[in-house]
Design a protein around this ligand. Structure first.
Ligand code: NAP
Ligand code: FE
Length: 369
C-alpha cells in the first residue's frame, strides 16, 4: 500500500445541507465575514441559505463581495482587513474557485495584520488563520478540499499559487443544487478543470493509492458529464450532481499529487487571452496524456479503460470543448518559455518535461507569429 496523505477537510454533502447544519456554524463563533463575488452567491441560492441559517442562530455577518475571477491579492487583503474590523470569529467563502481561494487568503491576512499582501507567497505568517468554511457553487476546482489558493498579483497581473496546510477549510458544504445556475459555458469550462485535476494526478509520479482511488471515482463522473455536454445534451440534475461530486474527488487527487504542466501553461492563456481557467489548462492536457502514452503505458491503458473511450476520441472531445484557437505574438511565446524554465510541474509529468518540448507544443497548438 502506498498511503501518505493528509486530506483533513470535513465535507458535508447533499441537497439542503446548509439548512440542516446550524450547529456547525454556531460552533465557530458569533460573528462571520462572508467572502464572495458579485452575483453567483445570490444567483446560486447559496447566499440566502447561508444568511438564513446564520440568522437562525444569531450569528452577525458582514458580506464582502469584492472578489473577481482570478482574485487579486489586494481584494483578499481588503477582505482580511474587513474581517479584523468586524472582529469576525470565522470566514465563509462562497462561490467558485475564485471566492473560495480568496477566502483562504483572507483568513490568513485577517489574523496576521503585519503580513504585507505579497508576503503571503513566502508562506511564513505568524498566526494561524481564522477558521474557514467553504461553500462551492461551481463543479470544477475542488478548492473545497484542497490546500491550494490561486491568486493574481496586482502589480504583474500574473497568477501565483500557494499550497499550505493552513489553506484547508475546516468544513466545506457541497450542495449540487448551487451549481444549477451555471451557464453551459461555465459548466463546460469548470468540468474540464476537474478533468485536468483528475488526469494530471492519475499520471503524476507523486500518485498514491489514495489519489488513484479518488481518481477512479472522479474520472467516470466527470468524463461522462463532458460527453453529455459535448453532445449538447440537457443540463439535468443528475448531470450536475455527477459533475459536482466528480470535481470533489478530483480535488482530493489534486490535494495529494498537485498538478502537471497543463496548469501553469494554462495560466498564461487566462492572463493574456481571458480564456477561463478550465479551458485554458485542458487545452494542454492531450500533450500530457501523450507523455503518458510513451512513459506510463499501464496507467495510460487503465485511464482509457476507466473512461470507456479511446485516445483519438478523447483528444477529439477535448479539442472540441476547449476550442482555444489563438494567434500568439512570438515575443509573448518567448516570454512564456522563459517563465516556464525549471517549473516544478515538469517533474510531476510522466517522463518529465522541459521548455524545448513546451516550445514544440506551443508552436504545434497555436499560431505563433
Ligand atoms: P470562478 O472564477 O470562481 O467563477 C467564474 C464565473 O462563474 C464567475 O463569473 C462567477 O460569478 C460565475 N459563477 C460561479 N458560480 C456560479 C453559479 N452557480 N451560477 C452562475 N454563475 C456562477 O470559476 P472557477 O472555475 O470555479 O474558479 C477558477 C479559479 O479557481 C481560478 O482562479 C483557478 O486558478 C482557481 N483554481 C483553484 C484550485 C484550488 O485547488 N484552489 C484548483 C483549480 C483552480 P461571480 O463573479 O459572481 O462569482
Ligand atoms: Fe485547476
Amino acid at each position: 500500500m502506498n498511503f501518505n496523505d493528509y486530506t483533513p477537510v470535513k465535507v458535508s454533502c447533499g441537497e439542503g445541507i446548509i439548512a440542516q447544519s446550524a450547529s456547525a456554524f454556531s460552533a465557530r463563533g458569533t460573528k462571520a465575514l462572508i467572502v464572495t463575488g458579485k452575483h453567483s452567491a445570490a444567483l446560486s441560492g447559496a447566499l440566502p441559505d447561508i444568511t438564513a441559517v446564520l440568522e437562525s442562530v444569531n450569528i452577525a455577518y458582514t458580506i464582502y463581495d469584492g472578489i473577481g475571477q482570478n482574485p487579486l491579492i489586494s481584494a483578499c487583503h481588503e477582505a482580511g482587513q474587513t474581517a479584523r474590523e468586524i472582529e469576525a470569529d470565522f470566514i465563509i467563502g462562497v462561490g467558485g474557485g475564485s471566492p473560495m481561494d480568496a477566502a483562504k487568503a483572507a483568513a490568513i491576512y485577517a489574523s496576521n495584520p503585519a503580513l504585507a499582501p505579497i508576503a503571503l507567497f513566502d508562506l511564513n505568517w505568524e498566526h494561524r488563520p481564522l477558521p474557514l468554511i467553504l461553500v462551492g457553487t461551481t463543479a470544477g476546482t475542488g478548492s473545497e478540499v484542497t490546500a491550494v489558493s490561486v491568486l493574481t498579483v496586482d502589480e504583474t497581473m500574473r497568477k501565483r499559487s500557494i499550497t499550505h496546510n493552513d489553506c484547508y477549510a475546516s468544513l466545506s458544504f457541497a450542495d449540487p443544487l448551487y451549481t444549477h445556475s451555471m451557464t453551459r459555458d461555465i459548466t463546460i469550462s469548470t468540468a474540464l478543470d476537474a478533468l485536468s485535476h483528475a488526469a494530471e494526478g492519475w499520471f503524476s509520479p507523486k500518485r498514491t493509492d489514495m489519489a488513484a482511488s479518488a481518481a477512479r471515482n472522479a474520472l467516470p463522473l466527470i468524463f461522462n458529464g463532458l460527453r453529455v455536454l459535448d453532445s449538447n445534451g440537457p443540463l439535468s440534475a443528475p448531470l450536475r450532481e455527477s459533475l459536482y461530486y466528480g470535481s470533489l474527488w478530483a480535488g482530493v487527487v489534486l490535494s495529494v499529487t498537485g498538478t502537471g504542466f497543463p496548469h501553469p501553461f494554462g495560466y498564461a492563456l487566462t492572463e493574456d487571452y481571458n480564456i477561463p481557467h478550465g479551458k485554458a489548462c485542458t487545452a494542454f492536457l492531450p500533450a500530457l496524456v501523450e507523455r503518458a502514452r510513451q512513459y506510463e503505458r499501464k496507467r495510460f491503458d487503465e485511464f482509457f479503460h476507466i473512461l470507456q473511450c479511446d485516445y483519438e476520441g478523447f483528444n477529439a472531445l477535448v479539442r472540441r470543448l476547449t476550442a482555444v484557437e489563438l494567434t500568439i505574438p512570438i515575443s509573448d511565446a518567448d516570454q512564456y518559455l522563459q517563465r516556464w524554465v525549471g517549473l516544478k510541474n515538469f517533474a510531476n509529468t510522466p517522463g518529465g518535461y522541459n521548455t524545448a518540448l513546451a516550445k514544440e507544443l506551443l508552436y504545434d497548438r497555436f499560431h505563433i507569429v
